[in-house]
Design a protein around this ligand. Structure first.
Ligand code: PMP
Length: 439
């Protein structure tokens, strides 16, 4: 079977680019008229370019410019349009994209089989959703159905913005306009074992803890050594419930299939999303063992959603798992991340030593923390001007986040580092021109 790695490198063909009859100005007006103003503002910050095509690590804009996609908020572990995923989705699209939901349907069963085959700890039952927040809601409902009605989440943690998920996403600006949220939620500092134990000990048998293995949106915050094992031990000691949110960290991103593998823990519920749809479809999942999942077994309609397990999405899930296995993307992520982290650190320490606080990462989740938030935004724009897309971090505004795909070639790796070098030098030049306090 052809995989992305051995297929010849093709650029998006000219017809794909020419096929977009819209101008940037028209689309910006439509954003302003019908979408949120904020989205238009962000696009304007990046020069109002319009993305129209993608393949592998490349992204094309309507003016024919090509960018290396090291952003995408963690979705593209296998790049865009991986052939294995595309073939599976195309086939499904032509045969049976959406099911009746009352008959047996093979794709959902095969996707569940494929996904549970790569998830540790006997978590062999799965509920599929679309977005990450939907998986979080499923996890929170499983906790309640298993008798844990109190929640503890981590400061700077990110779990999405639907009402339940927002209740555990402890950021004032996101929560404030929408209160009241879920009751009985406490937030403790990530890494603070004593604070967590105090919460668990105050309500034994009642607490569900939700935590990311590495805080992605928090600004790539790695857990202190032994922390997650300690979290698991304390949860068990006080008869709590543990949800591990791997929406961003899972599917090979950390150089292991899951953070659960990397840190040697078994949660009650593991959440997946983003890369789960192979960079093609929106899919998420909440996985649990048979006993934990059993409240959902009692009534076929107790926790349902129209598009849960839809064949088109399930084809993407199976394709994604197959693609990661075939191309050995987990070990590639580890090796590539092992090279990129010191290389990125080398570039920024060399070019902007006074502006960098820390460079940290695990696998292909890499963060560069700058001394102030404004600089992170400026560096993102400079990077874009040199052909690289990266992300800011929603709960860690001074951190530029790189989530490159595991399929980067050596030339693309070089291109990333060269672009970073130039972007940093331009950052210094442009910042120096600004008036004091102008950043
Ligand atoms: N959990 C984590 C760890 C995430 O990083 C995100 C998204 N950044 C979510 C949940 C929410 O996912 P979505 O935006 O698809 O709802």
């Amino acid at each position: 079977m052809t995989t992305y790695l051995d297929s010849p490198h093709t650029t998006a063909d000219g017809t794909a680019l020419a096929a977009s009859p819209d101008t940037e100005a028209q689309i910006l007006d439509l954003y302003r008229a019908h979408l949120s103003k904020g989205r238009a503002t962000v696009a304007e910050l990046f020069g109002s370019h319009m993305e129209v095509a993608s393949e592998g690590a490349w992204l094309w804009t309507s003016d024919g410019e090509r960018f290396l996609n090291c952003g995408g908020y963690g979705v593209f572990i296998m790049g865009a349009k991986h052939p294995v995923v595309m073939d599976a989705v195309r086939r499904q699209l032509e045969t049976h994209p959406v099911a009746t939901r009352i008959l047996l349907e093979p794709t959902v069963a095969r996707a569940a089989e494929a996904l549970t085959s790569v998830v540790p700890g006997g978590l062999n039952r799965v509920h599929f959703g679309l977005g990450g927040a939907e998986a979080v809601e499923t996890g929170l409902k499983l906790a309640r159905a298993n008798g844990r009605r109190r929640l503890v989440s981590m400061r700077a943690g990110y779990h999405g913005k639907s009402l339940g998920a927002l209740s555990v996403t402890a950021k004032e600006v996101y929560q404030k306009p929408f209160r009241p949220l879920l009751p009985d939620v406490a937030h403790v500092p990530f890494g603070d074992v004593a604070a967590l134990e105090a919460e668990l000990a105050a309500h034994p048998g009642e607490v569900c803890v939700i935590v990311e293995p590495v805080q992605g949106e928090g600004g790539v915050i790695l857990p202190p050594h032994g922390y997650l094992r300690e979290v698991e031990r304390l949860v068990r000691k006080y008869r709590g419930f543990l949800i591990l949110d791997e929406v961003q960290s899972g599917m090979g991103r950390l150089g292991e299939w899951w953070g659960a593998d990397l840190y040697g823990i078994t949660p009650d519920v593991l959440l997946a999303g983003k890369a789960l749809g192979g960079g093609v479809a929106p899919v998420s999942a909440a996985l649990a063992n048979r006993e934990t999942f059993s409240p959902f077994d009692k009534d076929p309609y107790v926790h349902t959603a129209t598009f849960s397990g839809s064949p088109l999405l399930m084809a993407a899930v199976r394709g994604a798992v197959d693609a990661i296995k075939q191309d050995e993307l987990v070990s590639r992520a580890l090796r590539l991340g092992g090279r990129l982290l010191p290389a990125v650190e080398g570039v920024v320490r060399n070019t902007i030593p006074d502006l960098v606080k820390e460079v940290r990462g695990q696998g292909l989740l890499i963060g560069v923390e700058l001394v102030e938030a404004g600089l992170a935004g400026e560096l993102l724009i400079e990077l874009f001007n040199h052909g690289v897309v990266a992300n800011h971090s929603m709960n860690g505004s001074s951190v530029v986040r790189f989530t490159p795909p595991a399929i980067l070639t050596e030339q693309q790796e070089d291109l990333l580092l060269t672009a970073l070098d130039r972007a940093c030098r331009d950052l210094v030049r442009h910042s120096a021109r600004m008036p004091e306090g102008g950043r």
